[in-house]
Design a protein around this ligand. Structure first.
Ligand code: ZN
Ligand code: ZN
Length: 211
């Protein structure tokens, strides 16, 4: 499994293209916002000769789905999210207008995650861990073979996601992290939805929210 990280949109969100030797790929969080973001994504995908099979939303806050409609039209992938985050998709157009992001379209999911399911593409498997607290439908995606966790806005380097948006719950968020993410192997690389990567052991030892 290999991945490419992009930093997109005014909120500096991390979008990941995950692929393997079969050239099948998934996009984790389509946050591409501008024509420049779209071009960066499509140049990478075509340059590597990738077939985008699916978009996997860690959650459906606006900064993680700005590019959902564009990617859906460009690649016709399956679109996965957790059913409990559907209200964020339904309200996306309104949120964009009220926050000054202009008139933007959204694509609807084709599949809803169930907790613990495995999503496969090429020779790669990603396990879905439902980790609510930042949003009710927040998930983390774990690739055991590569020792990599895509944590969305649940766990960050030295921090955790905000819990003050609708559906947020800090105690639930901390429990999600402690019970499901800190249970992963120490050397697991954590690739979050914002900022730089970290590891499970680094966060277990140093993250001030998890002590
Ligand atoms: Zn978020
Ligand atoms: Zn975010």
């Amino acid at each position: 499994m290999e991945y490419k990280q992009f930093v997109f949109n005014p909120i500096q969100e991390n979008t990941y293209v995950v692929y393997d030797e079969t050239r099948e790929a998934v996009i984790i969080d389509a946050g591409n916002f501008s024509e420049r973001d779209d071009a960066a994504l499509s140049v990478f995908v075509s340059g590597k000769g990738l077939t985008v099979k699916a978009i996997l939303c860690t959650h459906c806050h606006w900064d993680h789905i700005f590019g959902l409609d564009w990617v859906a039209k460009q690649y016709q992938p399956q679109i996965y999210c957790h059913a409990q985050d559907l209200p964020w998709i339904e309200n996306f157009t309104h949120i964009c207008e009220s926050y000054g992001f202009g008139e933007r379209a959204v694509a609807y999911p084709t599949n809803f995650y169930s907790n613990g399911e495995t999503i496969s593409f090429g020779n790669t498997e990603l396990k879905v861990l439902h980790t609510p607290g930042h949003s009710q439908g927040g998930v983390s995606l774990y690739c055991k073979d590569a020792g990599v966790l895509f944590s969305g806005d649940t766990l960050f380097f030295g921090s955790i996601g905000r819990a003050d948006l609708p559906g947020g719950n800090e105690l639930q968020l901390i429990n999600s992290i402690k019970n499901q993410l800190l249970a992963l192997p120490d050397d697991t690389t954590v690739l979050p939805g914002h900022s730089i990567s970290t590891t499970i052991s680094q966060e277990r030892i140093n993250n001030p929210y998890l002590q």
